[in-house]
Design a binder for this molecule. Structure first.
Ligand SMILES: [Mn+2]
Length: 343
């Protein structure tokens, strides 16, 4: 049942009032799109209808039925994978001080967010999204059809994220369709310039004060500058420094974190694996019990490498290092998705 799917990006923004300021740099990014938007004739804009508020019911059916969607490559297999992954996240969360989910490409995020919301009484948790990209394309707006660029759009459709509780850090290469949606949803973005100008700690403190304890960090290693992460599929220039990224994660002290888009097959001298490992260690700092879910997957993009990331990161000594930090680790594995065979 995808009857309402296409209506989401038409209507969802109307349901949310202006929440917070958008950083100046991001405003300039949006200016062209906003102008284009405003020049559309009013007749093209469908009025908000009561039925538009019936999203939650439709959302459940989207999660249950994994029928193919045009321009969402491998969607049925990925959608099936979200089921055990979200269940595992919801199951492990109550028993640990901190949960780390190690992907996999970023398509896993829809499953992670579903599990977190489920465990949070059906309410979205605050999310800080570290990523060079926006990952909020719909299958219609996606230039590639790769689902790792759509996890937030699916999570929005499932009501498992709240635009008022979503903040991006160092996102610098949104696609045109995403720019329009982000503008409409009034989502806050801290640019790399903001981080550099005001300091990583100041910005992380600000987010922590706003979002509180129960916060989730979704960490795509391509948030770092491309020179730091050879082992990722879609590196972006002008990203965070190592110190900035690690300090922000430590100050945020998330309740849960997913680490994604590490590709061991593309890595050089384990550089990206070691940096990913450090992100996890910083997030787990000070915690006595850490849940670790290995959720390798690669179907959300074009390269097989990311499926091997959990294994490679564990091999880099993560468990021993966590123990040295004083944590007891409970390990879990959610098997990767496999392409579904159509008979
Ligand atoms: Mn991503």
């Amino acid at each position: 049942m995808l009857a309402n799917a296409d209506a989401v990006d038409e209507t969802i923004g109307l349901g949310f009032l202006v929440f917070m300021k958008v950083q100046s740099l991001f405003y300039s990014l949006f200016a062209a799109s906003a102008a284009a938007k405003m020049s559309q004739p009013l007749a093209d804009q469908r009025p908000l209808q009561l039925s538009d508020h019936a999203l939650p019911k439709d959302m459940v059916s989207v999660g249950e039925h994994c029928a193919p969607i045009k321009n969402a490559i491998n969607y049925p297999a990925i959608c099936e994978h979200w089921k055990p992954l979200s269940s595992k996240v919801a199951e492990v969360m109550p028993h640990v001080d901190m949960l780390a989910v190690v992907g996999g490409d970023h398509s896993i995020e829809t499953g992670v967010l579903r599990g977190l919301a489920k465990e949070n009484g059906g309410k979205p948790v605050p999310v800080v999204y570290f990523d060079g990209h926006a990952d909020i394309n719909s299958p219609k707006t996606s230039p590639s059809g790769n689902v790792h660029g759509m996890p937030l759009w699916f999570a929005l459709k499932e009501n498992n994220i709240d635009p008022k509780l979503l903040t991006y850090v160092a996102m610098r290469h949104p696609d045109p369709g995403e720019v329009a949606l982000l503008h409409k949803l009034k989502i806050l973005v801290y640019s790399v310039a903001d981080v550099r100008k005001r300091g990583a700690k100041t910005i992380a403190d600000e987010m922590k004060a706003r979002f509180g304890e129960n916060l989730h960090v979704s960490f795509d290693v391509d948030v770092f500058d491309e020179s730091l992460v050879p082992g990722t599929g879609t590196p972006e220039p002008k990203g965070l420094t190592r110190a900035e990224g690690l300090e922000m994660v430590e100050v945020l002290a998330p309740k849960s974190l997913s680490l994604v888009e590490v590709d061991p097959e593309r890595d050089m001298d384990n550089k990206t694996i070691r940096l990913g490992n450090e992100v996890l260690l910083r997030a787990a700092k000070g915690h006595k019990t850490v849940g670790l879910i290995s959720a390798g997957s690669h179907l959300g993009q074009t390269h097989p490498g990311p499926e091997k990331a959990p294994e490679a990161i564990l091999k880099s000594g993560l468990l021993d290092q966590l123990k040295r930090q004083g944590a007891t680790v409970a390990q879990h594995v959610v098997p990767p998705p496999r392409p579904l065979v159509v008979h």
